[in-house]
Ligand binder design. Structure first.
Ligand SMILES: N[C@@H](CCC(=O)N[C@@H](CS)C(=O)NCC(=O)O)C(=O)O
Length: 220
């Protein structure tokens, strides 16, 4: 059983979507980054960068446990472990790695900056908002052009799409109308319809309050 350390963010959901797509059994450990769980020493021992997501696979290479951080590396690991969502042909595989790195180096960091400056920053910084929104729009243009040529980023559905989808799924957070990018919208709708994607995007499940738990005054 793979142990998944995650939270309800695009980087976390890349891995839960992949685990669902591969049909691999996994346990979810909720690392509430708002509550600073990522800095707990026992978690930093798994992820030295103190971020989510991470996995621990007891059945790693050579049958020995392996702990991994960095969502892109985890996706490559899981695709190699299962033989899924990464073509065997060299040319096709490099295409997957190219679009995966495009997500890791551009889409994730830039969309993340938009989310920060538009939603979370304590003060509105017009220069930063304009800079990152412009770059986000440029990246949507790159994705839209690519997806006008091919069905999925690396032609077939692969970890490059699994990495990119949860970021595009936050289009409302970065104030993007997907109708402006019809090829991205066609791709987004096709991936959204996949049952494994629906399950993976719902991880971690919200904590359901236990109705029989004692209630302290003022909590309801
Ligand atoms: N490059 C890393 C980025 C991981 C990352 O930035 N995770 C965010 C949530 S999406 C996080 O843990 N933030 C908590 C913090 O920065 O303290 C990956 O893809 O795994």
């Amino acid at each position: 059983m793979i142990e998944l350390y995650t939270w309800s963010t695009p980087n976390g959901r890349k891995v839960s979507v992949m685990l669902e797509e591969c049909g691999l059994p996994y346990n979810v450990h909720r690392i509430n980054i708002g509550a600073r769980d990522q800095f707990a020493p026992d978690y930093v021992a798994i992820n030295p960068n103190a971020k989510i997501p991470s996995i621990v696979d007891p059945d790693g290479p050579g049958g020995k446990p392996i702990a991994m951080m960095e969502s892109g590396a985890i996706l490559i690991y899981l695709s190699e472990k299962t033989g899924k969502f990464m073509p065997k042909d060299d040319r096709a595989r490099y295409l997957v790695l190219q679009w995966l790195m495009f997500q890791m180096g551009h889409v994730g960091p830039m969309f993340g900056q938009v989310h920060h400056f538009v939603r979370n920053a304590k003060e509105q910084v017009p220069y930063a908002i304009a800079r990152y929104v412009k770059e986000k729009d440029r990246l949507y243009g790159v994705l839209n052009a690519r997806l006008g040529e091919v069905e999925y980023l690396a032609e077939e559905y692969t970890i490059a799409d699994i990495a990119t989808y949860p970021w595009v799924a936050r289009y409302e957070w970065h104030k993007t109308d997907l109708n402006t990018y019809p090829n991205v919208k066609r791709w987004f709708d096709a991936i959204s319809a996949r049952p494994a994607v629906k399950r993976g995007m719902a991880v971690p499940a919200p904590v359901v309050p236990n109705p029989s738990a004692p209630v302290s005054p003022g909590t309801r």
